[in-house]
Design a protein around this ligand. Structure first.
Ligand code: KG4
Ligand code: ZN
Length: 387
């Protein structure tokens, strides 16, 4: 069966063991894909439905954030994260199925985050996904976490169309990409040190805000003056599309030492000013580089994804600049900006629809804690299992 998907002719199919090259394309008329996310400190499970070539839709999703548990330590404790994923993943799966009015037997494919992320945390999702799929006799599919973020705006009420420029801003990554289709990602620039989310989090820590500091710093910044302190805009004029945020963190440290205790005292106007100045520096760099990528590529569409994409100031400034440049800008729904299972199920669904990956009934698995997105194209066309 040949299906049209975004004007590209694709061959969607599900492979079963031993049928990799001979098995004809199976119907993709209505498939239910369970997605499991466990790469860091959020356990996410979701059920997505594909209907022919139409954009997949989200039937239900559930999330458990471990943030409170890690806050006592000022950051994610990997072993605690893994153990908590074990506790949450099956109850969340039951919850999702109940909300979707579906039974285990209704699942056609089980997708999971294969990487990048914390090895132990990834192993929980991969192990549960493969165990569940084996028990159900259904195929599995390993998904790249960043591709999940990248494709999450397709779940929004205003989904993008290919091609577009993507600004991927999460806790561990800051990248600009040209996206021509599912699996067709060209890296245009990325951070050479800290990620934008890391810059938010580390600066927030210096201001005495709890982990993860990004949302807290953004809230505090609303009460401050963005021009109060002069902070560096690293690589703003580098002429390329790379980023660097490590120097900004050092500048925030130096500035906070100059300010003294007020820099981390609740209610102090200096602290709000420092937060606003930090946010302004990060947002300006992300904005200018994104606009440059659009101009260089001649593309008229921008997609912003990843946790930092929830930042209101970033959205406001991008919206204004894109309106002026006649560029359409798309975001995931706010609650799907940070890690979740919906984006994993969605990425799996779109990969299956586009025919760039098959789900396999082969249940040995590996995880890829380090996995650059542009290496996705080099992956075998299977579930992503090592065996
Ligand atoms: O995508 P994500 O949930 O996890 C990773 O894959 O890394 O992103 C988490 C990051 C954290 O650094 C968090 O502080 C940041 O996104 N973040 C924000 C906001 N909401 C989340 N940063 C700035 N403003 C926000 N509103
Ligand atoms: Zn993420």
């Amino acid at each position: 069966m040949v299906l049209g998907f975004n004007r590209v002719i694709v061959w969607p199919w599900i492979m079963t063991k031993g049928q990799a090259s001979t098995h004809g394309p199976l119907k993709l008329a209505a498939m239910r894909i369970l997605g499991i996310e466990s790469s860091c400190d959020e356990t996410g499970v979701a059920l997505v439905q594909t209907t022919g070539a139409a954009l997949p839709s989200l039937l239900a999703h559930a999330l458990f954030s471990q943030i409170e548990m890690h806050q006592a330590y000022g950051g994610v404790v990997p072993e605690l994260a893994s153990r908590d994923h074990i506790r949450r993943v099956l109850p969340l799966t039951r919850q999702v199925l109940a909300e979707a009015g579906a039974a285990l037997a209704d699942i056609d494919v089980v997708a999971y985050t294969r990487g990048p992320g914390l090895a132990g945390a990834l192993l929980v999702g991969a192990g549960v996904a493969c165990g569940l799929a084996a028990a159900l006799g259904k195929p599995v599919l390993g998904v790249h976490h960043l591709e999940g973020h990248l494709l999450s705006p397709f779940l929004s009420a205003d989904p993008p169309e290919f091609p577009f420029i993507a600004l991927l801003v999460s806790g561990g990554h800051t990248q600009l990409m040209r996206v021509d289709g599912v699996g067709r990602y060209e890296l245009l620039g990325e951070t050479i040190d800290d990620a934008a989310g890391e810059a938010f989090d580390k600066s927030a820590k210096l201001m005495g805000l709890p982990y993860p500091g990004g949302p807290g710093l953004a809230r505090l910044a609303e009460q401050g003056q963005p021009t109060a302190y002069k902070l560096p805009r690293p690589l703003l004029h580098s002429g390329d599309l790379d980023f660097s945020f490590a120097g900004l963190k050092t500048a925030v440290l130096t500035q906070s030492q100059k300010i003294g205790p007020a820099a981390h005292t609740e209610g102090a106007p200096e602290r709000a000013d420092l937060a606003a100045s930090t946010q302004a520096a990060i947002v300006e760099v992300l904005l200018k580089k994104s606009m440059r990528a659009l101009k260089d590529s001649g593309l008229q569409r921008l997609v912003v994804a990843g946790g930092v994409g929830a930042n209101r100031e970033l959205r406001a400034q991008l919206n204004a600049a894109c309106a002026k440049a006649q560029v359409r800008v798309h975001y995931p729904e706010l609650h799907l900006c940070t890690d979740n299972g919906a984006m994993i199920a969605m990425a799996a669904a779109m990969r299956l629809q586009a025919g760039v990956q098959q789900a396999c009934a082969r249940y040995s698995f590996d995880v890829k804690p380090r996995w650059p997105l542009h290496e996705l194209g080099d992956q075998p066309m299977t579930a992503g299992a090592a065996g």
